[in-house]
Design a binder for this molecule. Structure first.
Ligand SMILES: Cc1ncc(COP(=O)(O)O)c(C=O)c1O
Length: 436
């Protein structure tokens, strides 16, 4: 009989026990088969004249994972020069990477950027200053560049993940477009890619509405554009009650719109998308150990203290995001699983981490209020398995806060093997660059 999985990945109690024999908690485990399936689903997204899927490296930049994604034929979206360099160190060819960053290249970084552009790195100008800085160099070397456009409208799973409205400053705003085009014309640089990313995990309908809007930008401002990049941001369902974006359906809308654009203008556009969450979120789980249980009186709450809170999974504190929990006994018995809850055996509990922060909790809402969650009451020594922890967890955590060591990462390989893909950091490594 096949063992029950604990969340949307193929992780089982058996796999958790195997990993726990290798490294102390907390640690992350990523499901290779899931990751590959998501890469293939994205590559199969309907399109009119070709699609390039660029995995958003910021979601998780662990080398082994990048290599798996590269082996599926995806390109990459880097949000800093270092992220691009890190991917290159992992063996990714520069011409598979598109750099879309808030950084304005200066000093040594500028030299590095020029070197990488010469090796094929693709660049999106995201501000007038970036454009002015790169345009002449690009033109001189016959390198076409892209432009990230600020569309004025966006959508995110929380306000801080909306990257398209007036409260965020990603890309060249439409009100600056004439000036940007004048800079480009002055330098004789070709703009062959137009990019818009409206936010992360927002309304799929907003993603759909951006398609026509962005095509409109191309028609109006970018006569040389051959590629339209719609960014990432596809909503994922981490929790049982959440609904993911329909990739096929969004792809069909994009395909039809790009075909109609061709009928209208005679121009054939290639399409690009940049999923981070959609590929990585549900591939990963975080495993921590229950250390203690405390109460705050009759009108208070019951707190379960685990050794993996905000320093390894910051999303609940940062966004109020929910992740599914499994309470697992050391012998592998599932005490409760968010996808299969039995109310007779659950209690309303609060999960907190070990950091000296009252907000170090995995059960918070977007207003930073504690929201107890139904689960079986664990015993100290049990494991808490947190699903949906593949994206923006290992890569986006203040892991040395309170001097905790960066957690180990494992791969649950397609053949069922558990492989270490990042060793747990040691205290010596944490302090090695400190000087007296
Ligand atoms: C430019 C760009 N592309 C892609 C992404 C990936 O978004 P997601 O992980 O929600 O798919 C982001 C996320 O912030 C981004 O800023």
């Amino acid at each position: 009989m096949t063992e029950k999985t604990l969340n949307r990945s193929a992780l089982t109690a058996h796999a958790v026990r195997k990993a726990a024999e290798i490294s102390p908690t907390p640690f992350y485990i990523y499901d290779e088969a899931f990751l590959r399936a998501r890469c293939r689903e994205m590559k199969d997204m309907p399109n009119a004249y070709g699609i390039t899927v660029r995995y958003a490296l910021k979601a998780n930049s662990s080398r082994a994972l990048i290599r798996i994604i590269a082996s599926e034929g995806l390109g990459f979206d880097a949000s800093s020069l270092n992220e691009a360099k890190r991917a290159i160190l992992a063996g990714i060819e520069p011409d598979r990477i598109l750099l879309t960053t808030q950084e304005v290249p200066a000093g040594d970084e500028r030299d590095d950027l020029e070197g990488l552009l010469m090796q094929g790195l693709k660049y999106n100008a995201c501000s007038l200053a970036q454009l002015a800085s790169v345009a002449s160099f690009a033109a001189r070397n016959k390198i076409a560049i892209g432009m990230r456009v600020h569309p004025g409208v966006g959508s995110g799973e929380s306000v801080t993940r909306n990257t398209g409205d007036k409260y965020s400053c990603f890309g060249v705003h439409l009100s600056d477009m004439e000036e940007a085009l004048a800079i480009a014309r002055g330098a004789s640089v070709v703009i062959d890619r137009v990019h818009v990313h409206i936010g992360s995990g927002g309304e799929p309908e907003a993603w759909r509405e951006n398609i026509e809007r962005e095509l409109g930008f191309i028609e109006r401002y970018f006569p040389d554009a051959t590629t339209i990049n719609f960014g990432g941001g596809f909503r994922v369902a981490r929790m049982p009650d959440e609904q993911a974006a329909d990739i096929f359906d969004l792809g069909m809308t994009a395909k039809q719109a790009i075909e109609q654009f061709r009928e209208r203008t005679g121009r054939k556009l290639k399409m690009e998308v940049e999923p981070g969450n959609y590929i990585m979120a549900n591939a990963g789980s975080l495993v921590s150990s229950v250390m203690d249980i405390k109460k705050t009186g009759d009108d208070g709450f019951t707190f379960v203290l685990v050794n993996g809170g905000m320093e390894v999974i910051t999303r609940p504190l940062l966004y109020g995001s929910r992740h599914p929990f499994t309470v697992l006994a050391p012998d592998g018995t599932v005490r409760s699983n968010e996808f299969d809850l039995d109310s007779a055996t659950t209690e309303e509990l609060i999960i907190v981490g070990r950091c000296c922060e009252s907000g170090d909790s995995l059960t918070l809402d977007a207003g930073h209020h504690i929201v107890p969650r139904a689960m079986a009451r664990p015993e100290p020594g049990d494991w808490l398995v947190v699903g949906g922890a593949g994206a923006y967890c290992a890569s986006m955590s203040p892991f040395n806060y309170n001097s905790h060591c960066q957690a180990a990462e494992f791969l649950l390989a397609e053949n069922g093997d558990i492989r270490v893909i990042r060793q747990r950091q040691t205290l010596e490594q944490m302090t090695q660059n400190e000087c007296d």
